[in-house]
Write a protein that binds this ligand. Structure first.
Ligand code: IMP
Ligand code: MG
Length: 176
């Protein structure tokens, strides 16, 4: 099987947008300590680039969920595979995700994190695919790019665990 990947968002365009988001977030949280939560594994590249551009004090934690099995079709089940290591009660929390698709993952995560009563809870997603939305209860405060309904890989996003390391975001076409 041979996969072809067509560039949708270049490395330079991503980096420029990440800097803009970081500047906006730094202003919004000026003087505060921000608890950044990375949604593993897809969020990891965005999370590390974004965090290094922030000009506020940052604490980091990681949560791992699975919603997609090794396919491009969502199973609709969101399981928490690894929870946070530290309590977020009373903290300013920003959840950093790779992509908002049907909305199931972020909806589940926001409910899960809210239960701990953080002082504030916002969501930052690199990508948003509005056409695919099934659950509409999460509106991220920070969105990198809105994209059409295409399966994308790279910059953290995978297809069957592959292509996360690509510095750009591309549309995957699988061929036999
Ligand atoms: P949701 O729960 O349907 O919103 O899906 C969110 C999760 O599905 C993301 O965290 C990704 O891991 C995965 N996902 C959704 N769309 C894509 C895609 O185009 N490429 C790779 N992963 C995706
Ligand atoms: Mg994900």
């Amino acid at each position: 099987m041979k996969d072809t990947i067509e560039v949708m968002i270049s490395e330079a365009t991503i980096q420029k947008r990440v800097l803009e988001l970081a500047e906006e977030i730094s202003l919004d949280y000026k003087g505060l300590t921000l608890t950044l939560i990375c949604v593993l594994k897809g969020g990891v590249i965005f999370f590390s680039d974004l965090s290094r551009r922030l000009q506020v004090d940052v604490e980091m934690d990681f949560i791992d969920v699975s919603s997609y099995s090794d396919s491009t079709i969502s199973s609709g089940v969101v399981r928490i595979d690894k929870d946070l290591e530290r309590p977020i009660t009373g903290k300013h929390v920003l959840l950093v995700e790779d992509i908002l698709d049907t909305g199931q993952t972020l909806s589940r995560l926001v409910r899960h994190l809210s239960a701990q009563r953080p002082k504030s809870l916002k969501v930052c997603t690199l990508l948003d695919k509005p056409e695919r939305r099934v659950i509409n209860d999460v509106a991220p405060e920070y969105i990198g790019f809105s994209i059409p309904d295409k399966f994308v890989v790279g910059y953290g996003l995978d297809y069957a665990q592959k292509y996360r390391q690509l510095p750009y975001i591309g549309v995957l076409e699988t061929r036999d």
